[in-house]
Design a protein around this ligand. Sequence first.
Ligand code: ZN
Length: 410
Amino acid sequence: MDEVVSAERARYDFKKAMQEIVDIRGRGTELISLYIPQSKQIFEVMAYLRDEYSQSSNIKSKGTMKNVQGAIDSIMSRLKTFKSVPPNGIAIFCGEVPRAGDQTRMVQFVINPPEMITAFLYRCDSQFYLDPLKGMLLDKKSYGLIVIDRNECTLGLLTGSRIEPLKHFDSLIMGKHRQGGQSSVRFERLIEIAAHEYYKKVSDSVTDLFLDRPGMEGILVGGPGYTKDFFVKEGYLHHELQKIVIDTFDTGYTDEYGLKELVENAKDAILDIGLVKEKDLVQKLFSEIRKQDGGLSSYGEEEVRSALSMGAVDTLLISDGLGKRRIEVECDNGHRYEATVPEGRDEDIACRECGENTTILKNEDIVDDMFENAEMFNSRVEIISMDSEEGQMLLNAFGGIAAILRYKVA
Ligand code: ZN
């Protein structure tokens, strides 16, 4: 459950950061994008940056030069906190961006990408360079593929639009024609034993390949005849994998070509699955809300926060259209509190008690804040997109934050 929560959160954080970075424009050519693959050593990158720093003294505009050097400085001090480059590499975006009036402010984003950065890249431009990350925004959930009949079986993996064959089996189940001298009962029995062994071998491989694989969204099973249904219904699959079998689909083949057929035939089911899951959850929430006593539902930020803090939340539903920040501020008179504010209104907050200026102690996306609260009691979190009518209702009618509860709270 923990990995599921953090994968959902990592996906959300990445998407959110990208949305923020993509709109940023600098005054001049002074925004730095830096991509570091895992193969690079930190000291090599530092040397590269020192070189860029000295070269930047040739920049004609003094203002731009100062900003470029400031950004390089800022990146270098951030890099000092890394002992080594993380497995997928890191991307850093840094520079002075315009604020109200003549002011600018330094922004720095450090992105741990969901996929591997393959090439080192340094670029200084009037906007951040995001092309290497854009492909990673696509849905990269994986689906396990099984095509099976009594003669052979092929296992594969679908990620995005890529089909990767993983393993092939021949069954060794004897043909139906027995040799002379064997009794037919005994022969039938041998066949069934061989078949059972074959299914077991297949399911062991399925477990090895798919059970702990991150991002596994479902399993598709294909084949020409009854065998695929038999394999699924007789419980050969590990129970955790059995739960995520999406459906069985007819295919003509059970080799690598069969994997392609399977994906082709399951396409609609795959496209729907994410949205269907979201719609189902919101529907479940609505059916609780409709109950006379409110059922196992909770909605509205304060109510949900209180339910979360009691550990009463089973599934937290958050709209990805919220656009709010959770901040913690402290004023000069010592008033300290947390509040939720709209995005873009998260600076220069006057104290709600005395009206004095405040210092911002914490400022994060409300979704991240909710994730942290949910993690305390292992509540599930689902980000609900605005792509369905249900998703829009969740935001417009219920404030975009709701929960299905483990038990009723007063
Ligand atoms: Zn105050």
